[in-house]
Design a protein around this ligand. Structure first.
Ligand code: 5GP
Length: 130
């Protein structure tokens, strides 16, 4: 059965898309820990990030870097933090989180509540800067 993220790539489940190429897809996390919190995934279904072969993983990180540069361009932040957990969705994904301070990377706390317009607006801004 396709993962929820593959269904997003296929357009079966809506998302706020940020960027895409033939191998990777980037979209806003639906429960953001910070404004612009984005997930980067390979289109190929691979559960664990460290099972991805070296060449594809290198290209995935280069794609994530481009997304991070776009985030930096449009979201006030000191850095874009990077996290990988994958405990919830069995489809490898890199969290890219614009941060001002270390605690902005805290996943155990209250998530941001954004309107559809706010999600769409930040996704469009990152996409335009990509
Ligand atoms: P992890 O697997 O890294 O522990 O967490 C999965 C992440 O994917 C969470 O931050 C969660 O909010 C996000 N997520 C789970 N389901 C969906 C979904 O259907 N759409 C989007 N945009 N994000 C999701």
């Amino acid at each position: 059965m396709a993962t929820i993220f593959s269904r997003i790539v296929a357009g079966e489940i809506p998302c706020y898309k940020v960027a895409e190429n033939d191998e990777f897809f980037a979209f806003l996390d639906i429960n953001p820990v910070a404004m612009g919190h984005t997930l980067v995934i390979p289109k190929q279904e691979i559960d664990y990030i460290f099972d991805i072969d070296d060449a594809l993983l290198g290209r995935m990180m280069a794609f994530a870097k481009r997304v991070a540069k776009a985030q930096e361009a449009v979201i006030p932040c000191k850095r874009v933090g990077v996290a990988v957990m994958g405990l919830e969705v069995p489809h490898a994904h890199i969290h890219l989180i614009p941060i001002q301070k270390e605690s902005d990377m805290y996943f155990g706390g209250k998530k941001l509540t954004l309107t559809q317009e706010e999600f769409a607006d930040v996704a469009a801004k990152i996409a335009a800067a990509f």
